[in-house]
Each structure stands twice: as C-alpha cells, then as structure tokens.
Design a protein around this ligand. Sequence first.
Ligand SMILES: C[C@@](CO)(OP(=O)(O)O)[C@H](O)COP(=O)(O)OP(=O)(O)OC[C@H]1O[C@@H](n2ccc(N)nc2=O)[C@H](O)[C@@H]1O
Ligand SMILES: Nc1ncnc2c1ncn2[C@@H]1O[C@H](COP(=O)(O)OP(=O)(O)O)[C@@H](O)[C@H]1O
Length: 287
Amino acid sequence: MPQPLATRAPAKINLTLHVLGRRADGYHELESLVAFAGTGDDLRLEPAADLALEVGGPTASLAGNDADNLVLKAARLLADHVEGLRLGTFHLTKRLPVAAGIGGGSSDAAAALRLLARLNGLPLSDPALREAARLTGADVPVCLEPKARMMRGVGEELGEPLNLPRLFAVLVNPRVPVETPAVFKALGLQPGQRLPGAEHPIVERGSLLDTLKAARNDLEPPALRIQPLIGEALGLLRQTAGCRLARMSGSGATVFGLYVDCAAAAEAAKDIRRARPGWWVKDTLLR
Ligand SMILES: C[C@@](CO)(OP(=O)(O)O)[C@H](O)COP(=O)(O)OP(=O)(O)OC[C@H]1O[C@@H](n2ccc(N)nc2=O)[C@H](O)[C@@H]1O
Ligand SMILES: Nc1ncnc2c1ncn2[C@@H]1O[C@H](COP(=O)(O)OP(=O)(O)O)[C@@H](O)[C@H]1O
C-alpha cells in the first residue's frame, strides 16, 4: 500500500536563541535549541501535472496570498533543482498563528518538501532537497526533519537529533503579528559586528531545565519593545501554578511555559484562556 501523501507541519519552538553576531550580508549568526510541538498545520498533496495550492483552516486568511505561500516557493525551488519532478495540488489546513515566532510558514514549506520527496522517491538527505529548504528561508532546514536539535549559523547548520526528556508546555500568542526582520533590526547590530561571550551553554539531557535557565532568547528584549503584549503573556504564564520557565520563541510574539507535568500545563492553559479569551493558547508536548 502506498503511504498517503499527507503530513503534519508542527510548530517550531526555539527553547533558547543566542545571537552571536551579524554577518557582513546582514543576516545574524545564531545558536538555538529547537524543539517541535504536538500542534501544527496539516498538508496533503494530490499528485497532478501542475503545481497548485488550496489553503483552508482557521488562520488561512492571515497567511497572505496563496501565490506568495512558502509551500509554493519551496516546491518551485525544488522543481528548479530536480529535472522532471512530479508535482500536484497541495491542500494546506492552516491552524498556527502567522508571523508568530513558531515558524508556521517554514514548517509548511518543509512539509511540502517532505511530501514531494515521498512522491518522487527522494531521501530527506538529498542535496537538492536540502538546498531548496535553505533557499526557502532560514528556518526551513530545521523543519525538514522536525526533531529537537541545535541549530547554528543562519539556520542551515544542524546538530544531531537530541533525545530530550518530555517537555509539558503551554504556548500563548496574543494574536498580534510580529515581523521577524523588524525584531532583528531592533537588536541594533552593525553588519560584521560580533558579540563576544554570547555562546550557548552545552545542552545536557540530565539537567535540561538548568541549561535552559542558563540560556536565553536574545530576541526577547527587542521584541518586547516592539510588542508589549509579549510581556503581558510572559507575566500570565509566570503566575500559573507549576510553571518552571517562561520564554519567547523565535522573534515572537508566541511565548511558551514549561510545566512540572501534563495536568499542570492543562490547568495553566485553562487559566490563561479564561483571562484572555481572544488569545491563541495550546497545551502541548515538545520533543
Ligand atoms: C527568528 C527565527 C528563529 O528560529 O524564527 P521565527 O521568529 O521567524 O519563527 C528564524 O531565524 C527566522 O527564520 P525565517 O523566518 O525563516 O527567516 P527568513 O525568512 O530567512 O528571513 C527573514 C529576515 O529575518 C532576518 N534574519 C533571519 C535569520 C537570521 N539568521 N538572521 C536574520 O537576520 C533577516 O532580516 C531576514 O530578511
Ligand atoms: N504557509 C504559510 N504560513 C504562514 N505564513 C506564510 C506562509 N507562507 C507565506 N507566509 C508569510 O510568511 C510570513 C512569516 O510567517 P510565519 O512563518 O508564520 O512566521 P514565524 O516564523 O515568525 O512564525 C508571514 O508574513 C506570511 O505572510
């Protein structure tokens, strides 16, 4: 039986994000421990002669024009690199908040590459697939095989998958978009500028929470200046029972809290939904 051409595009969470400096081309050098959530978008591919996309789901209208969708960008880039690539119509069910620091578009693009790889019998290690991912966006390579790992460089240098202990999390987004370029700009680094001493601590499974606490998200202070609701969301998480750490993911505005157990996370999510009924709130496992 052929496998159905469908896959989940999970939310990406930057458990940590250190900025080491800014390259001459303007992009920033990062060290980030990335994990993936149980919640995400869904993508299906119906084989056909031409490339097409249909978008539905609760956040579809926020994802921009279908023509500019990262699903199509990734598919076109792969088609440029692989002669005779079999294509089709993608059906995207969009649930994740958009421009939210959880790489929804990047994860959708990576999911499209996974489905095209399956349809065309390409391994995920195929250099053309890796190149299409890199050219689609900085966060796409890490989403290609969504497993917890260190991400370095601009996002293209990936560590081996890490077998993290289960992390019981609550994700909170105040439903305000935050644009990634604006947050990097607000950091205020000059091209070529290095930040000595910004290195990430070594990740050890046994003392993961201590490592996470010793690390940080360097994009949190500039994002907070741009969007104060991020601070409000962090404050709400920190007030909930059993919250061991609360931090922003990526360039925001989504923040996450880590909890002692699954019940504490579910209770915290309930509390925050009650306090802010209009916000996007999910309790989920990170891995
Ligand atoms: C900040 C991160 C952390 O994982 O996540 P998000 O907040 O987007 O989820 C990523 O680095 C975002 O990756 P992605 O959103 O794919 O970035 P791209 O589309 O390639 O770049 C958008 C813009 O972000 C800036 N950018 C991005 C990555 C990087 N390492 N340095 C940068 O300076 C550049 O200004 C670039 O023009
Ligand atoms: N499939 C998609 N899902 C979400 N946004 C998309 C998608 N394709 C293109 N975009 C555009 O990409 C930008 C970044 O979106 P997103 O990936 O959600 O950000 P973030 O990485 O900060 O969570 C948005 O401005 C949106 O218009």
